[in-house]
Design a protein around this ligand. Sequence first.
Ligand code: DQA
Length: 143
Amino acid sequence: MKIHIINGPNLNMLGKREESIYGNSTLATIEESLQMKFPGISFSFFQSNHEGELVTYVQNHGEDWMVINAGAYTHTSIALRDALLSVRAKFLEVHISNVYARESFRQQSFLSDIASGVLAGLGASVYEIAVHYIYEKHRNAHG
Ligand code: DQA
């Protein structure tokens, strides 16, 4: 099976960015670790700081499951929401930090109500837990 791991703006700065909130793992480390822990899954990794590039990527991959950390676009992007709706995307929304324990503007998401689930505040392990969930769901559905 194929899973797209999609990261939005500033997630390329993981490891250097506000470590007390986001930890020390880099995006490359997180991606390598997923690949190692789930050898049976074909991953596509995509990160962009540009809203339109995220929209286009989603439009082109609606047939597969996605794990999306849209960063700040989570709280602002109707365009990303519309792209997900346009391809009836199956996706989990993830956040490294506990967005509910932070500024009030982070408590609004344009994605949560159309996501299959939301994970937040468990550090970089949100990616792994999300993939595990999708993998198990797929295994149960396909025997
Ligand atoms: C984030 C939370 C967002 O509010 C923030 O803008 C990010 C990262 C997280 O992973 O905790 O860039 O999505």
